[in-house]
Ligand binder design. Sequence first.
Ligand code: PHE
Ligand code: NA
Length: 453
Amino acid sequence: MSMREQWGTRAGFILAAVGSAIGLGNIWRFPATAFENGGGAFFIPYLFALLTAGIPLLIMEFTIGHKYRGSAPLSYARMNPKSEWIGWWMVIVAFVISTYYAVIIGWSISYSIFSFNLQWGQDTETFLFQDFLQRANPGEVGGLVPGILIPLIIVWAVTLGVIYRGVKKGIEFANRIFIPTLCIIFLIIVIRAVTLPGAVQGLQAFFEPDFTAIMNGDVWVAAYGQIFFSLSIAFAIMITYSSYLPKTSDITNNAFITGFSNSSFELLAGIGIFGALGFMATQSGVPVEDVAADGIGLAFVVIPQIINQFPVLSGLFGFLFFASLTLAGLSSLISITETYVKGLSEKLNISRGKAVLFGGGLAALISLLYATRGGLYFLDAADYFINQFGVALLGLVEVITIAWFMRRLGVLQDHANGISDIRVGGLWKLCLGIITPIVLGYMMFDLFRQNLM
Ligand code: PHE
Ligand code: NA
């Protein structure tokens, strides 16, 4: 049997894990989520979710990958052959996410180029939907849109090229470049944003606490949802990445570093985005609430409007923003794609190259669907489905199976404690066996109620 591929250094692993965690979720999801769910008061449920679910689950997933030394399906199969399907479910969700995540990174590449001459003009919304995406009417099937197609091909070429080169020469190498670059660029943008006129109003709106939010179940659901998506938990990624760790690795410490780095980046993004929104609100003489946005609307409609109003070097800052979105997205896309490439290669006993060709190739082909004139509707549908039913349900199935059906927490605890400085104990088990299942169970119930009743 050949040796399992390994990370070259501990920093390499951490950069890759942080690279997976830091993504669109930090930049365009967190700021608005916090703002709408209590502002400054949101940090209470958010921190609670990080400490009781985010980091404990990261420790658990890191331990599973490290102990069973396989991608998610193989690790689950080794834990108990009857649980292999959970690994595959994770891999399939990851596969679906990768198909549309790639498209959004493609848009970011296009927009980084549009920045130089502010090609989006004054009406950025019409530009996005009509000129750039050439949105078709619902139900109408359109042809491929070349402006979306070409950057999409670039995204897949980079991602699959990196993965083809393997764990150390590909994934570690790429993250060593992407993540430090991303942090530097992002810091520059945030400093610029908070020094814009009106930024203070934005920050005030962002941090102003609404303490009644803490009594609201929806706010807690939002906090847990944010933590799960943001830390790439329950998507097979962290299991796969930790399966490449050397035998002696400090699992628990790595989990804390990953969790806190991701949250720091998130906080930074909130400050930068709301600083910029405060500037825009002041320019147009409206309250910050009126310009706050998230997702596609924030990144491709509102940010271009803000860039249009920049006092100096607008093109450059536009470029830097979309470059950071691209880098954050690529490092996450690489991690999602690696889960099914590795899963396939282990299951079918084929080489990495072949798995890249079949798995990655299929994902790339499917993603072409979103590069058509009506593609936005597919993208919305896929994203909605994943966010609503992928995250909470998978996390719930994962913790309940491990803590209750297979009763593996004790074994995992011993494994983690055998190699880590920080020891986990009863509190860790309480978080995973009781608190997280209750919260995720409530989340599922809530979804069920909203969607079906
Ligand atoms: N964690 C990433 C983010 O915050 C998103 C992601 C989810 C990446 C699932 C991979 C898998 O954007
Ligand atoms: Na994240």
